[in-house]
Design a protein around this ligand. Structure first.
Ligand SMILES: *Cc1c(COP(=O)(O)O)cnc(C)c1O
Length: 718
């Protein structure tokens, strides 16, 4: 079922292997190699090398195979990929030679590795993707386990009235990087999981992320009851009933699949509560092998890490005990306990309905529990102190590892080239050296600005081509075209806001005082424009109403086409946006944004942000790398708070952001602005890469788990 590349000329047949491991996507030379095959086609294929190779003419491929310059670059990429497969000289091998075999199992319900495999909905999945990419870079022996949503995350289409419609565009697996993994006897399935009274057979697809493999579970098999074949096909679109079954299959099926593959993890990481049933299957296995339940609990806890990603209640799955019992069957019998003891694992002490809370179960069964930023840690302790009623708040054993993003994925080629020139081509080997990042404060202003302007032009070109496509396919009427961004002005200060349309993110906050916004946007000498993108969860009507409000604004002639909405936000569009706008916007209601990562991606491209002081910005803002909106003294909840926050937002724009941007010299360069850009880049590079994040997970959690360290354990008592 893997793509057929038999047509490739033998001299460059290795392009197939390069295209099938997503590591090409974070290698500059590999990206440039594909691009050079046919630049226009590359853009039209949305940087999908599999499509590119399939659509390139035989003549052109033959030309490449005999072009000395192409061959030289091809050979270099092939040898890079070969070296990349070795695990001998990695950071992990050097620091932990005795633990090199690992492995660490990393369970997550979504992975955002590349846009051609759309099995993520937002920040959580993209973070998991960046985590795996970084594990590959550092040689951390990680194995990912997730679900293959064949229908992908929905495609977004906005109706003329602004309402979001969700359409499905099933993945054509044979045209992706996914490769089927067969069972030991050559059968398609690797494991089965009993759920709702039936056995569901699980097959597996392999996604290669450099040195790391992610195994994706799938139930589309003839062996399965017709109703069960599509169980895993949709991401978050089936309601809680389907979600519960998906999570049971992920947790139990994931552990069994690893066993079938002969993978024996020494440490386990549940990334968000969706994966909590993984703990149950491990308990069951240990008891079946003769351990007491108490021993099994201690062993599972000692080797487990759990990361919680949001304080927003809707982000935590809670299922009725009755339904859980039906889906799991009497699994407690195999765990040596009764049903009540089993349900108690997921019992949330303040709830009286006996529901099974996935986050609570994961906390109970993990020694290492962490939030994803310092502020989020404080909030998370406050929420979960109820599990340790006898302890003061500051002794609730929940820590934090602040999120980070994968530099080589998110930093534009042109910015990397700028670093080559300024620091020297070996800078990627020096990223752990803070002084290297300090040195970026001396970047040449004109050169930095030139790079930025070129990335901004790429964004505006992308927006135009998107509009042209929609127009030519008649999916957009003439009257709607202005709202797609075709009127955007390359010289105007451009703000970007792209993320899920969850209401707490307040995409519509800037419309609080429309008159004031109008004055800002339509100022004749110093105009401001805004580009929006993002999807609302299919079941989130309030989120869809916010999106509709934005959409109406894009069509409101008073704004003169200075507000744009670009459909179908995904990691591809995210790249273009975070690299191409002048300033990133982040206006979450404090303290609802656990971390936020898109602003880090922007900052790695020298794009500063304006943000409320929440998530990573509470650690990242240093007074010079962007702008911060203080939290109202009375808290950031309710209409009064929105009013205060919006006023500050306008104030900041009027008094600081706009004047700094337009303080341009004869060459159109504002050194006030480039200074902020440099500081944004410096702070992001020093503190907010996934490299820093992963080394913390390794040192603080994975290694202690793998070494079986028996430091004081603090199981929750409530
Ligand atoms: C980075 C990213 C996100 C997360 O953005 P936040 O800042 O956390 O809101 C969501 N979606 C995509 C496609 C991303 O690349």
């Amino acid at each position: 079922m893997a793509p057929n590349f038999a047509f490739l000329p033998p001299r460059i047949a290795g392009l197939a292997g390069i295209a099938l491991n997503v590591s090409w996507s974070w290698n500059r030379e590999a990206r440039a190699l594909f691009r050079s095959i046919d630049e226009q086609l590359w853009v039209r294929c949305r940087h999908d090398p599999i499509q590119l190779l399939q659509r390139t003419s035989v003549e052109r491929l033959a030309q490449c195979a005999t072009d000395p310059s192409f061959i030289a670059r091809y050979d270099a990429v092939v040898s890079w990929q070969t070296a990349e497969q070795s695990t001998d000289v990695t950071w992990f091998a050097q620091h932990y030679p005795a633990l090199r075999e690992g492995p660490i199992a990393y369970f997550c319900a979504e992975f955002g590795v590349y846009h051609t495999v759309p099995i993520y909905s937002g920040g959580l999945g993209v973070l998991a993707g960046d985590h795996c990419k970084t594990a590959s870079d550092l040689g951390v022996p990680l194995v990912g386990v997730g679900l293959l949503y064949r229908a992908g995350f929905f495609d977004q289409r906005i109706r003329p009235d602004g309402w979001q419609e969700d359409s499905e565009d099933p993945l054509e697996l044979e045209n992706t990087m996914l490769e089927p993994v067969s069972g030991v006897n050559g059968q398609q399935w690797l494991a089965s999981v009993r759920t709702d009274g039936r056995d569901v057979y699980i097959r597996v697809w392999r996604l290669r992320v450099g040195r790391v493999t992610i195994y994706l579970l799938d139930s589309k098999l003839d062996e399965n009851h017709p109703d069960d074949r599509g169980l895993l096909s949709r991401l978050y679109a089936g309601g809680p009933e389907l979600r519960l079954k998906q999570e049971w299959l992920l947790g139990v099926g994931g552990v069994r699949v690893l066993r079938a593959l002969g993978v024996e993890p020494k440490a386990w990481h549940a990334n968000e509560g969706h994966a909590a049933f993984m703990f149950i299957e491990r308990l069951r296995t240990l008891v079946a092998a003769g351990r007491t339940y108490a021993d099994a609990i201690a062993m599972v806890r000692a080797t487990s890490t759990f990361t919680t990603h949001t304080p927003v209640p809707a982000g935590h799955d809670v299922f009725p005990a009755e339904r859980v019992a039906q889906v799991t069957g009497p699994v407690w019998d195999e765990m040596g306990i009764d049903r009540a003891t089993f349900m108690a694992l997921g019992h949330e002490p303040t709830a009286h309905n006996g529901a099974f809370h996935m986050t609570v179960a994961a906390i109970r069964l993990s020694r290492h529990v962490n939030a994803v930023a310092l502020t989020h840690e404080v909030v998370t302790r406050r929420i979960w102190t109820r599990l340790w009623p006898e302890r003061p708040l500051d002794q609730v054993p929940i820590g934090h590892v602040t999120n980070g993003v994968h530099l080589a994925t998110w930093m534009a080629n042109k910015v990397m080239n700028l670093l080559d020139r300024h620091v020297g081509p070996d800078w990627p080997l020096r990223v752990d050296d803070p002084s290297m990042w300090d040195h970026l404060l001396d970047l040449d202003d004109r050169e930095l600005w030139r790079v930025h302007v070129s990335l901004k032009n790429t964004l505006l070109r992308h927006v135009r081509e998107h509009a042209r496509y929609a127009y030519s396919r008649r999916t957009r009427e003439v009257s709607e075209l202005a709202g797609t961004g075709i009127l955007l002005d390359p010289s105007a200060l451009t703000l970007g806001f792209a993320r899920r349309f969850a209401t707490y993110k307040r995409a519509n906050l800037m419309f609080h005082d429309v008159e004031r916004l109008l004055r800002l946007l339509t100022d004749t000498s110093r105009p401001v424009q805004v580009v929006f993108a993002g999807k609302a969860h299919p079941a989130d009507d309030p989120g869809k109403r916010v999106l509709q409000e934005i959409y109406h604004a894009t069509r409101d002639t008073r704004f003169e086409g200075r507000i744009a909405f670009v459909e179908d936000y995904d990691v591809h569009l995210a790249h273009v946006l975070v690299q191409g706008v002048d300033c990133w916007l982040n206006l979450p209601r404090v303290p609802m944004e656990a971390s936020g990562t898109s602003g880090m991606k922007a900052a790695l491209n020298g794009v500063p942000q304006i943000s409320t002081i929440d998530g990573w910005w509470a650690e990242g803002y240093d007074g010079q790398n962007g702008w911060a909106i203080a939290t109202p003294a009375t808290g950031d909840d309710g209409p009064d708070a929105d009013h205060a926050v919006a006023s500050q937002f306008y104030d900041l724009l009027e008094r600081e952001v706009v004047p700094a941007y337009y303080d341009q010299d004869r060459n159109g360069v504002s050194t006030r602005w480039t200074k902020v850009m440099k500081h944004a880049l410096r702070v992001a590079g020093r503190q907010f890469t996934s490299r820093r994040m992963l080394t913390e997970y390794v040192k603080d959690y994975y290694v202690p788990s793998m070494e079986g360290a028996t430091t004081r354990d603090d199981p929750p008592t409530a």
